[in-house]
Write a protein that binds this ligand. Structure first.
Ligand code: T5A
Length: 213
């Protein structure tokens, strides 16, 4: 049996780290122990090098929005072909810290890049590959950024203006409405409540995926 691909999405400071740990714990409780964790951009040597450029830039060279988009897809396809697909084939369950929905929201909504251009690129690079389930942690960007700031220095993307993050949130919410495999979680609630929401979703979703007698 092939594994499943579960992705955690959301703005900075939404609480993806806790959500990932919660998903892993619940899978373990259902005897699903062979897990592969990924993060995007990143997760292979080439993809991690691209992550570093995307997050921090290089030598003060201006990074264009289109180049950022292309690097994200380059990193993503490296990860999919070299890690995600082989893991799923071996029956591992993959838990992803971000995936393509981030590009739709950040580069489509935030950067306002041409959506036809993004869609064409997506179709060419990913084909019909997509996560089995996406948990979108919805949070007001002001709250998320406050949480992110409390951790220290902000990276190139985190330094963007508030309207940029508001557009991203709007885009996430719209895309979640259009796709039944994306489930929205209220991430403004205290951590214990967020954990509970994830548990409730997985307890309903998991039995549909595997025979958990
Ligand atoms: N990007 C990525 C794109 O633009 N396009 C793309 O296609 C992709 C894939 C990646 C950056 O790249 C961009 C998006 C990003 O800007 P990243 O480091 O992977 O960078 O992503 P970040 O969102 O920056 O990661 P963060 O670590 O900021 O977000 P998390 O993981 O959601 O935050 P987390 O879990 O570390 O929590 C932050 C703080 O909040 C607290 C935690 O304890 C922590 O201190 N917290 C809560 N506090 C109160 N109540 C709760 N419910 C809480 N949940 C967490």
């Amino acid at each position: 049996m092939t594994g499943k691909f579960i992705v955690i999405e959301g703005l900075e400071g939404a609480g993806k780290t806790t959500a990932i740990n919660t998903v892993a714990t619940i899978l373990n409780q259902h005897n699903i122990d062979d897990l592969q964790f990924t993060r995007e951009p990143g997760g292979t040597p080439i993809a991690e090098a691209l992550r570093n450029i995307i997050k921090n830039g290089l030598d003060n060279e201006f990074l264009t929005d289109k180049a950022e988009l292309l690097m994200l897809y380059a990193a993503r396809i490296q990860l999919i072909e070299n890690v995600i697909k082989p893991s799923l084939k071996l029956g591992k369950w993959v838990i992803g810290d971000r995936h393509d929905l981030s590009t739709q929201a950040y580069q489509g909504g935030g950067r306002q890049l041409n959506t036809v251009f993004i869609e064409t690129l997506k179709n060419q690079v990913l084909g019909d590959f997509k996560p089995d389930l996406t948990l979108y942690l919805d949070i007001d960007p002001e709250i998320g950024l406050m949480r992110a700031k409390s951790r220290g220095k902000l990276d190139r993307i985190e330094q963007q203006s508030l309207p940029f993050f508001k557009r991203i949130r709007q885009c996430y919410l719209e895309l979640a409405k259009q796709d039944s495999t994306i489930i929205t979680i209220d991430a403004e609630k205290p951590m214990a409540n967020v954990v509970k929401q994830i548990e409730q979703i997985l307890v309903t979703w998991l039995p549909k995926q595997v025979n958990l007698s």
